[in-house]
Design a protein around this ligand. Structure first.
Ligand code: AMP
Length: 428
């Protein structure tokens, strides 16, 4: 199948060919036709499948077909959970609309609102936004969603994880009832289905390659190791293998910082990316990693979500996630665009039950290796780490706000119930 046969306009085909895409990805083949027909779409797709172009291309096509007005109201709203994802989606919108007479903007928290407001004031057709800043500006009367024709909810599952449900509902109430809705989610929990039911109108359901197929393209390995020897082991693996581009996942923001410091001390260029870092610091870290200046990027799950880093050769789980599906998301960062990748997990005794859960989900046993000098502790307890708990800090008083960026969904949801949008802004 070609992009031409999908019925996209010449201006879009030109932009697609400038990007170097020759064939639509499976999610694009499945999602673009129903979106062009004006239907609501519920898509199961995670980052790396080409989902962004899957909704952006037909959306731009529809907007550019309709007569233009001199004063441009916001006609399409793309809502994303994180600032990074918003910035990436916006970059895509800009590229694909290069040869169209459409204007776009991106808004997210953590940065000055003035330039964002100035762009919106000039009139834009497409707005990419995170919920917090969108509602802030709306409350200040600085934007209106009354003319939105197409609404895209990207990474809906992560939106719910981050406690954005009420914000999403508020946003929906600000838009006209008659509109086209597109919802993308990597997973489909009961809550997601409920949300979809509330937003979408007789949606066409489309699915990208099942997650297991992604997993098959990746070499997975587990190193059983004593908890206290993980840092030494990860430094040894990266140094001995002379790995150049490694994404490392930790459960907590503090854990990410600590590990990063130790790597830097042992001569490995590294930066941490998580919710306590300023937007500038995160953008800089990501740019450094992409350019090859940094060998290691240490991230928490939420911070890493949606990062557009193609062809990542190595992903290391410094700690296993306690949600098995997060493991699939993490390792999906490697082996993208058809290239093979290696996913390594350092597993201590207290993570045994997480490993079992992951193996059950992916339907296979992961190869285990033990490195001399980094053996597991035979006396360590196999009792799992409690949700939101960081063993190494358990004696210190815990701030309910800190340290759970890569933590447990339930604890996040519980915490979120009574909290304000500002907290979500800080976390993502
Ligand atoms: P996404 O899942 O939207 O984050 O896209 C993942 C990566 O695939 C991005 O780097 C896109 O630029 C790239 N991509 C999207 N569509 C295609 C395509 N049809 N052919 C090749 N690469 C693509």
């Amino acid at each position: 199948m070609s992009f031409q046969s999908l019925g996209l306009s010449e201006a879009l085909l030109k932009a697609i060919s400038k990007k170097g895409y020759t064939t639509p990805s499976p999610i694009q083949q499945k999602a673009i036709p129903p979106v062009l027909e004006g239907k609501d779409v519920l898509a199961s797709a995670q980052t790396g499948t080409g989902k962004t172009a899957g909704f952006t291309l037909p959306l731009l096509h529809i907007l550019s077909e309709n007569p233009k007005e001199k004063y441009r109201p916001i006609r399409a709203l793309i809502l994303t959970p994180t600032r990074e994802l918003a910035a990436q989606v916006y970059a895509n919108v800009r590229e694909y609309s290069e040869f169209l007479n459409l204007r776009s903007a991106v808004i997210f928290g953590g940065v000055n609102q003035k330039p964002q407001v100035a762009t919106i004031r000039q009139g834009i057709d497409v707005l990419v936004a995170t919920p917090g800043r969108l509602l802030d500006l709306q409350n200040q009367g600085l934007l209106s969603l009354k003319r939105v024709e197409i609404f895209v909810l990207d990474e809906a599952d992560r939106m719910l994880d981050m406690g954005f449900l009420r914000d999403i509902q508020k946003v929906i109430n600000l838009m006209p009832d008659k509109r086209q809705n597109l919802m993308f989610s990597a997973t489909f929990s009961k809550d997601i289905k409920k949300l979809a039911h509330g937003i979408l109108n007789h949606p066409v359901q489309v699915e990208a390659t099942p997650e297991n197929t992604t997993v098959e393209a990746i070499t997975q390995k587990v190193y059983r190791v004593a908890k206290g020897k993980k840092t030494g082991l990860i430094i040894k693996l990266i140094s001995d293998g002379n790995w150049k581009q490694v994404l490392v996942f930790t459960r907590t923001k503090h854990g990410a910082n600590r590990l990063c410091e130790k790597m830097v001390k042992s001569g490995i260029t590294a930066a941490a990316i998580h919710g306590n870092k300023s937007q500038g610091a995160r953008t800089k870290a990501l740019a450094g990693f992409k350019s090859g200046r940094l060998r290691v990027l240490v991230a928490t799950d939420i911070a890493a979500r949606g990062l557009d880093i193609p062809l990542l050769p190595h992903v290391i789980n410094f700690e296993l996630p306690n949600i098995s599906e997060d493991y699939v998301h993490r390792i999906g960062r490697t082996g993208r665009a058809g290239a093979n990748g290696q996913a390594i997990s350092l597993v201590s005794a207290d993570e045994t039950s997480f490993l079992k859960g992951i193996e059950k989900l992916i339907g296979e046993k992961i190869e285990v290796e033990i490195i001399e000098g980094f053996e597991p502790d035979p006396n360590a307890s196999t009792e799992p780490i409690k949700p939101g708990q960081n063993r190494q800090r358990r004696n210190k008083p815990r701030n309910s706000n800190s340290n759970n960026s890569g933590g447990n969904r339930n604890s996040r949801n519980r915490n979120n119930k009574n909290n304000s949008r500002r907290r979500n802004d800080r976390r993502n």
